[in-house]
Ligand binder design. Structure first.
Ligand SMILES: [Ca+2]
Length: 337
């Protein structure tokens, strides 16, 4: 190829790339809904969200818990404070709710060792009221909700009544304001039959309500996606990162389980990655609709149109590097004790 032609092609590629970057620059408005306790991939996921918020790729409108162990609001406050966003609203479930703490006790550890604005669940706001307040103030079809825990808040929101924030009922409010729900939940590969994925089965009634009634698209990252991706060793061994709750959690928990010698499985991290940056190039999707079963297992209807699930495209090590790099992101100015 003659040199001028190569230059012209390079110029065109640069223009296209610049255009793509500019087109992606509008930050994604995210509400992060987490069980923040039974596993610590939630910690990796919220660290990634803050990293991408620092890069201008998303705005974190709220962090909401679907689990009510004693430290859940404090843990969210620790992590939001660490990343320089201590004022992000924190919601917890007011009514019936699971309460599952961390078996490795990292939840109480970071709450005792790092600064935070909210120290108890009673200081957090009601999750459904928070959702309704934020959604009513949002532009139509603008909000991405990411669930990496149970569907408790989604079911309660769907079934909510008009209030001081909106004259719409919950389903109508979601239909008008939510662009998509991205959920780490379910299983969609050849071994899905009778498999009861944790986030689906623990509050199976809520899952069934959401899967049956949710009015806008749902993008699922299933069990099989995160189970194949292992992260956390780089932050654990990064000597330059000191006094970090994210590092402390991975450094405490990974050595506790021989199965994690290559890093922790990365379910929740994949949900925030695709919620902010999109499905590709790391994954592709299959369209259809999830089928809910009362026992907490799930099926898939390929004739459905509402939902999609992820199928991995990019080699696993490449995805692991993207996630590890974001997990290791450090805030510009750390909060101090
Ligand atoms: Ca989780």
């Amino acid at each position: 190829m003659p040199f001028p032609t190569r230059m012209l092609l390079a110029f065109i590629v640069c223009c296209l790339f610049s255009g793509a970057v500019i087109a992606q620059k509008k930050p994604v408005d995210i509400i992060f809904d987490t069980d923040m306790g039974p596993d610590y991939d939630d910690v990796g996921a919220i660290a990634m969200l803050h990293a991408m918020a620092d890069k201008g790729e998303c705005r974190i409108l709220a962090t909401v818990a679907s689990n009510r162990h004693p430290w859940v609001a404090a843990d969210l406050s620790v992590l939001n404070t660490y990343f320089g966003r201590p004022d992000i609203p924190i919601g917890v479930v007011s009514g019936k709710c699971l309460a599952i703490p961390a078996v490795q006790r990292w939840d109480s550890l970071i709450a005792s060792e790092y600064p935070h604005q909210i120290s108890s669940n009673e200081q957090a706001v009601d999750a459904v009221a928070l959702y309704r307040k934020l959604l009513s103030a949002a532009k139509d079809h603008s909000i991405t909700i990411v669930t990496v825990g149970f569907f408790t808040n989604m079911a309660n929101l769907l079934l909510s009544s008009p209030d001081q924030y909106s004259s719409l009922d919950g389903a109508s409010l979601v239909a008008l304001k939510v662009k998509q729900l991205v959920s780490m939940a379910g299983r969609f590969d050849s071994e899905k039959e009778n498999f009861r994925e944790f986030n689906v089965k623990e509050d199976a009634a809520a899952s069934q309500t959401v899967f049956d009634k949710w009015p806008v698209p749902i993008l699922f990252t299933g069990f099989e996606i995160g189970a194949a991706i292992h992260t956390g060793l780089p932050i654990m061994h990064n000597a330059a990162i000191q006094h970090s709750p994210v590092k402390d959690v991975f450094a405490r928990c990974i050595p506790m389980d021989a199965n994690d010698k290559n890093g922790r499985m990365s379910w929740d991290e994949t949900a925030v990655l695709v919620a902010v940056r999109g499905i590709g190039p790391w994954f592709k999707h299959v369209s259809g609709q999830i089928i809910s079963h009362p026992d907490g297992s799930n099926g898939w209807d390929p004739a459905g149109t509402r939902d999609r699930y992820l199928v991995r495209v990019m080699p696993i090590p490449a995805i692991e590097k993207i996630i590890n790099d974001l997990i290791m992101h450090q805030p510009a100015a750390k909060a101090v004790n």
